[in-house]
Design a protein around this ligand. Structure first.
Ligand SMILES: [Zn+2]
Length: 738
């Protein structure tokens, strides 16, 4: 999930943009000078008419000059940007005299799908500071369905939309703003007054202002600290309120979601209780969870938009790490401390670390925490070389992808916390909150806070993990005994070498007279591409294993990656085996039309990353010898009972067996009509590739096909679409001591 949709609009500096601008008025002798001004304060007063999709407003904008040069004494122009469907109806200034006509709309200069309209305002007498009063109005409507994509949780197309189902006035220039560059550090104070029809509840990036509300008789907010932008949303909601210390909590839900209100508000309180001691006080007096009419998990200052589908998940959305806790922590990181746009986006890495990962640590669930760390390493090991870009480039042009930003980022913060000491890491986060709230911060700001709290120089750590791409290919090459109880361990990690502190090694001694092996553990700092370290033990060591708890981000060999559907969804080729259809086989398991439709959708999901020339499709009963040998394999439904497929699965030790009426895993039979499974094992003939079976005793046994890629386990057994058992086929890399 994300902190505000990414900036996808057309940005350019004002310099050089006035190409072909007409002379304004009769008296001007030449093109006026350009004036760069930024907004220090906005007072916005708007009315929404959801039925007519109309927004009408007045923006009062205090502008201050950003130029170093002296104020020109000749007329000068500044640019105002506004949503292209909104029109400026009047404009006045105080502190400067405007030329007439006052605001001229420039021709559209961008071929991209969305760009603000640009207005040119000429000041006859430019000044250091002035206040603009802009009246504007227009119809804001978007086709919401265009941006809705199956299997994706964010609709990034939405910018500014007002309708009876809801209003979303996001980063779409729904109020006039002075022209700005993509990397400008824009922060302004906001006051917002708004109204909408009764029953339509509005929420803004600000704290309610009861004094202003009673004075104007309308909803009113003030930003708790300077913000890059104001966002206003709303819908036909009921308001549920609670209080937690100094924070007013609200849930704005549709009437049919009322049953989820108390659970959501309790979850919000729990999350505040968990994280305020670690990262400092919640930075505002208000927090609202808002039901949204399109797919979103978008965090904004003072509120979070959750899609109806997520709210309707009930307890699962309230307690699963990475949902509500993730969005809430953006109140500190992303929406409280802002990402400095001149450097990469650090807030997703930090938020993913603290919630998606550390939530399990706070639960006391080390098994699940280890699983997350292991998967971060394994998924990273699957990256194509061209996608392996430095973490510090996320959000910059050509920067790294979300997997690096969220997963590698979380792992980097885990390594940082381990190196500093967990308590000192959280102390650094409290310092970060204390010193940077309401300001822009970069990776360097985080490094500074961590160095102050730890007393360590972390320059090299940040250079190798944030500014550099890649991860070490760290392995134990071999281990050689040189005395009864001593051995040398040979590490290698490839070039260029990373400086790795606290690399753990587990060792086991298993003499014949002992009932159970005795374990030993060691830690080393590995800095060389090749390094030899001695280990000693009270009994002769027989076996050792590198970093069994996955504390170090490393690339593991393809055959060690835990098989999940991801292994089958990419590779040199894919064979899909379909069950026989109803026409040709009239038994009880024959494929019905609905099953056929679902199978086709699952097939499409698995095929999507293959070229047509890499894919083959076969039907049970007609599979030629060798068809499944050197390709990833997807077996659907009753095709598992085909004799050729059954022989293939037996040959690769597939852990599930089928019998009349059901299947069996580890001695347990699953014969109920709602029992189903999703199971992937490594394909022995395709390095890093997988064999996946999707099977249900009845069609409703497995979940919605779009959700299938989201299951991150090798085996999931379902009962009527709900997971009842999860299992990973993890391979341990044990090195014998010779
Ligand atoms: Zn996020």
């Amino acid at each position: 999930m994300s902190a505000q949709p990414p900036k996808r609009y057309w940005h350019a500096r004002t310099t050089g943009m006035l190409v072909g601008a007409a002379l304004l008025g009769g008296g001007c002798a030449g093109l006026p000078n350009e004036l760069n001004m930024r907004a220090a304060r906005y007072r916005l007063d708007v009315s929404l008419d959801p039925a007519a999709h109309i927004l009408a407003g007045r923006a009062t904008i205090d502008l201050v000059r950003t130029d170093e040069t002296a104020v020109p004494d000749a007329p000068a122009a500044l640019q105002i940007w506004l949503h292209p469907d909104l029109d400026i109806t009047a404009i006045r200034a105080s502190g400067a005299e405007l030329h007439v006509p006052t605001a001229q709309r420039l021709p559209d200069a961008s071929s991209e799908d969305f760009a603000p309209a640009r207005y040119r305002v000429v000041l006859t007498t430019p000044a250091e500071a002035l206040t603009l009063f802009v009246d504007y109005r227009g119809k804001l409507w978007q086709d919401v369905s265009v941006g809705e994509k199956p299997g994706e949780i964010h609709n990034f197309q939405m910018r500014a939309h007002i309708s009876e189902e809801g209003a979303y006035l996001g980063d779409g220039y729904w109020y006039p703003q002075p022209a700005h560059g993509e990397q400008d550090l824009r922060l302004a104070d906001f006051t917002l007054i708004a109204d909408a029809p009764a029953g339509f509840e509005l929420v803004a990036s600000g704290e309610s202002d009861p004094e202003l509300r009673s004075r104007t008789g309308r909803a009113a907010w003030r930003s708790p600290f300077p913000l890059p932008a104001m966002v206003l949303v709303g819908g036909p909601h009921e308001v549920h309120r609670d209080k937690h210390g100094h924070v007013t909590l609200e849930a704005h839900l549709k009437p049919n979601q009322a049953a989820h209100a108390s659970g959501l508000l309790a979850a919000v309180k729990r999350i505040l209780d968990r994280y305020e001691p670690l990262i400092g006080p919640y930075p505002a007096r208000q927090y609202t969870v808002v039901d949204n009419f399109f797919s979103s998990g978008f965090a904004f200052p003072c509120f979070t938009l959750l899609s109806s589908a997520v709210i309707d998940m009930g307890e699962r959305a309230q307690t699963t790490h990475g949902y509500l806790d993730h969005e809430m922590l953006h109140s500190w990181w992303g929406n409280g401390i802002f990402v400095d746009p001149r450097d990469g986006n650090w807030c997703e890495a930090l938020t993913s670390y603290a919630t998606n990962y550390y939530g399990h640590v706070l639960d006391g669930n080390e098994e699940e925490a280890r699983r997350k760390r292991r998967n971060y390493c394994h998924y990273f090991s699957r990256l194509n070389p061209e996608d392996d870009k430095p973490l510090g480039t996320f959000g910059l042009p050509g920067g790294c992808n979300r997997q690096i930003a969220y997963d590698k980022g979380a792992m980097v913060f885990h390594m940082l916390a381990r190196r500093m000491g967990q308590d000192r890491f959280w102390a650094a986060m409290r310092r970060f909150t204390d010193e940077s709230m309401g300001r822009h911060a970069s990776w360097e700001t985080i490094r500074g806070a961590c160095e102050k709290e730890s007393g360590q120089n972390l320059q090299l750590f940040f250079d190798q993990w944030v500014r550099r791409s890649g991860a070490p290919r760290l392995v134990i090459e071999r281990a050689e005994r040189f005395s009864a109880n001593e051995a040398n361990v040979y590490f290698s990690q490839g070039e260029p070498a990373f400086e790795l502190s606290g690399v753990s090694v587990a060792g086991w001694s298993n003499p014949e007279w002992m009932a159970h092996p005795i374990g030993f553990s060691y830690q080393f700092d590995i800095i060389g591409a090749h390094q030899i370290e001695p280990v000693s033990s009270s009994y002769p060591l027989d076996e050792i294993e590198l970093d069994p708890a996955y504390h170090i981000l490393r690339r593991v060999p393809p055959e060690d990656i835990v098989p999940t559907t991801a292994a089958t969804r990419r590779g040199p080729g894919l064979a899909v085996v379909m069950p026989r259809n109803a026409e040709t086989q009239k038994n009880r398991n024959a494929e019905t039309p609905e099953e056929g439709e679902r199978n086709a959708q699952i097939q499409a999901i698995f095929e999507s990353s293959y070229k047509p020339s890499q894919r083959i499709v076969r039907t049970a009963g007609s599979i030629e010898e060798g068809a499944l040998a050197e390709r990833c394999v997807l077996v659907l439904g009753d095709a598992v009972r085909d004799s050729y497929v059954a022989g293939f699965l037996a040959a690769i030790d597939f852990p599930i067996t089928w019998h009349e009426g059901g299947f069996e895993f580890e001695g347990t039979r699953y014969d109920d009509s709602g029992d189903g499974l999703l199971c992937t094992v490594a394909h022995p003939g395709v390095p890093g590739g997988g064999v996946t079976v999707v099977y249900g005793n009845t069609p409703d046994a497995i979940p919605r096909e779009m959700n299938i890629p989201m299951y991150e386990h090798s085996l999931v057994i379902f009962q009527s679409g709900r997971p009842v058992l999860r299992h990973d086929f993890e391979r341990q890399r044990i090195v014998p001591v010779d």
